[in-house]
Each structure stands twice: as C-alpha cells, then as structure tokens.
Write a protein that binds this ligand. Structure first.
Ligand code: HEM
Length: 202
C-alpha cells in the first residue's frame, strides 16, 4: 500500500458495503439504481437486483449512448445520475476539478502495473476527456457524455477484476490527494461499481 492509498480490501469494502435489499425504485437517497446492489450481487448479473438494459430508458435518469454494434448488449448503465446531491459536482471542483482529477488518475494508472498495459498505448487525452464528461453526468452536472457505452468501449480488452480494482484504487488515491470528502468519493464509487459487469471479462 502506497502513501495514503486505502488497501485493496478497503476498496472492496467501499464497493460491497451496501445493504442487500435490492430495489429497482429510486430510493430516498436519490440513487436511481446503484443503491442496495452490492458488488458481489451485481457480479451475478441476474435476479431482481440486476439492471437490464430495457429497464434503463424510462425508469432511470440515465443517458445511454447509442451502441453501434448490435451484438453488444450493455447490462449496466454507462452514465447513471445521482440526483439527490446538488453539490456533488461542485464538491469535486466542477469541470476543472474533474479534469485535474483525471490528469492525476491517468498518471497513476500509467504507473500501476495492473492498469498501465491498458492505457500506455491508448489515446489518454481522449479517455480523460470522456471520463470528465461521464463523471460530470453521473454527478448531475451540466454536461453530455459523448463516448461509447462501457460494454462497447471495453470489449475484447480482457480486463480482469484485479485491473478494475487497480483502477478504482488509484482513483481513490487521486481523490484523497484532492481532498475530496470520503462521503462524496463513496457516492461516485457506488455509481461506478455496477459498470464492472460491462467492463470485466470473466
Ligand atoms: C468504473 C470503471 C471504468 C470507467 C467508468 C471507465 C470509463 C471509460 C470511458 C468513459 C472510456 C471512453 C469510452 C470511449 O472511448 O468512447 C473508457 C475507455 C477505456 N478504458 Fe475504461 N473505464 C473503467 C474501467 C476501466 C479499466 C478497469 C480499464 C483497464 C484497466 C480500462 C481501460 C480503458 C481503455 C484502455 C480505454 C480506451 C479504449 C479505446 O480507446 O478503444 N477502463 N473507459
């Protein structure tokens, strides 16, 4: 464990600590779909807690980008929206803050052996810009996400669980460095967690 980074197990805890009573309804805390779906349960991808693509359009406040390849069927929303915290986007420093956060996170992803092989030959500037858009939308900020779905963007990359945790860990280190309060960090991480179904290759 480096510097102020939380351990791998604490990342897992952040991703799994929610109660297991799944509901498809937006809840009192404003999560339109990520609340009450622990990471492990999501990994199963089925059952009452599982979000299906056909549920997304009307039921949740989700802006799904078009999928150009009909063989790709996303199972998790690419841009869920947290609607009950109107200050979340500002807590992250707005677009400027998110841009700085992504700059920092990308430097870390390029250093971490779990993530470096994926990013070293990729268009890093484009990925960062799309992540800023995506996170801005998730935080109910004034942005549009112009990228692909997570299923489409990560298809065939052979991302494993360890790579996913590596990415989230470095994101958390970057958020800590920017003094983003834990509560705000956890809200973002909880929104990102369901995406693992579309990103990880089992
Ligand atoms: C919650 C976790 C993740 C989120 C929110 C996320 C988000 C994104 C976004 C928004 C894009 C741009 C989409 C586009 O090009 O249209 C992208 C692309 C990419 N992501 Fe992720 N990602 C996640 C996890 C990962 C992981 C774990 C890896 C590998 C360790 C990874 C590697 C990449 C790479 C290499 C690209 C570029 C793909 C290309 O240019 O074709 N991502 N991701």
């Amino acid at each position: 464990m480096r510097g102020s980074a939380r351990s791998r197990s604490s990342v897992k805890t952040a991703l799994t600590s929610r109660s297991s009573s799944a509901s498809d309804q937006p809840n009192s805390r404003g999560y339109h779909h990520v609340e009450n779906r622990p990471f492990a349960r999501l990994a199963g991808g089925d059952g009452p807690g599982c979000l299906r693509q056909e549920n997304l359009a009307g039921k949740y406040n989700v802006q799904e980008p078009a999928v150009s390849d009909p063989s790709i069927k996303p199972t998790a929303p690419t841009t869920p929206v947290i609607t009950d915290d109107e200050h979340l986007f500002e807590t992250f420093g707005g677009r400027e803050g998110l841009t700085a956060l992504m700059d920092d996170a990308m430097v870390r992803w390029l250093k971490n052996p779990k993530t470096r092989p994926f990013f070293e030959n990729a268009d890093q500037a484009k990925i960062k810009a799309l992540l800023v858009e995506q996170f801005c939308v998730i935080m109910h900020g004034p942005c549009q996400y112009s990228g692909r779905t997570m299923a489409e963007a990560h298809r065939g990359m052979n991302v494993k669980e360890a790579n996913f945790y590596g990415l989230v860990e470095e994101l958390q280190v970057a958020m800590n460095k920017r003094h983003i309060p834990f509560r705000a960090q956890n809200r973002l991480i909880a929104a990102l967690a369901p995406m693992h179904r579309d990103i990880i290759d089992k």
